[in-house]
Design a protein around this ligand. Structure first.
Ligand code: PGA
Length: 251
């Protein structure tokens, strides 16, 4: 990890979680409080239906919340969508945009992801912008160029006053139990850092770059030790308090 950057561990619950799941949050809050509080920023991105209740439960233990997606517009006739303003109103501080499941299931393009990131900024929240290659792209030797193109297209050019978080999530590692080698993660995170520094100077040097894709208690400390890995975006392992706590503790 990079010493001067406060790490961030974010849990992405995806389309999982009902009232019963709040018990896991209560348990996690207890574990964190017993341990004297987390040594990193801890974010949980639950389904929007649980956002407010999760905030109430978790705030005192230092956990903050985020949305999993938003519409680029602040309001309007967009049935079923949710805006960044609404997520802010419910207490969110972060919003994931451009997750590969959104890019695949909803055909989201880099242009749309960039509009969403700008909408998140307008609402005063921090976007977690996801990028990552497919297995075919990696096998073809295109992983670095694919991610560079996604970064070029998904990050707003006029990024000035606000924070941005990048999450590198190889699509083939999400939910599969497979991860890239430490050398592959290091190569990609170094390339993303260089890209951010070229484009945004000191802001790029200070930006948190998360790794995501089958991060779990057994591999977290190895991954979090890699240079330019400033935290993780955790799916499956964020649903159970003990697993997520073990990952947070690996920081
Ligand atoms: P996973 O998901 O940890 O279950 O692989 C990560 C993600 O999609 O954010």
């Amino acid at each position: 990890m990079t010493a001067q950057i406060t790490p961030l561990i974010a849990g992405n619950w995806k389309m999982n979680g009902t009232t019963a799941s709040l018990g896991e949050v209560q348990k996690l809050a207890g574990l964190l409080t017993q341990g004297g509080g987390p040594r990193c920023t801890v974010v949980i991105c639950p389904p929007a239906t649980l956002l407010e209740r999760l905030n109430e439960l978790a705030a005192s233990s230092g956990i903050v919340t985020g949305g999993q997606d938003c519409h680029p517009a602040p309001s309007g006739a967009h049935t079923g969508d949710i805006s960044a303003q609404m997520l802010a109103d419910a207490g969110a501080q972060y919003v994931i945009v451009g997750h590969s499941e959104r890019r695949t299931d909803h055909h989201e393009t880099d242009d749309l992801v960039q509009l969403k990131a700008l909408a998140v900024h307008s609402a005063g929240l921090v976007p977690i912008i996801c990028v990552g290659e497919t297995e075919d792209q990696r096998d073809a030797g295109d992983a670095l160029s694919v991610v560079a193109a996604q970064l070029a297209g998904s990050l707003p050019d006029d990024w000035t006053g606000h924070e941005i978080v990048i999450a590198y999530e190889p699509v083939w590692a999400i939910g599969t139990g497979r991860t890239p080698t430490p050398a592959e993660i290091a190569e990609m995170h170094d390339a993303i850092r260089a890209d951010l520094e070229t484009r945004f100077g000191e802001r790029g040097a200070a930006t948190r770059i998360l790794y995501g894709g089958s991060m779990k208690p057994s591999n977290a400390s190895q991954i979090l030790r890699i240079g330019n890995v400033n935290g993780g975006l955790v799916g499956g392992a964020s649903l159970l308090a003990n697993d997520f706590h073990a990952i947070i503790s690996a920081v």
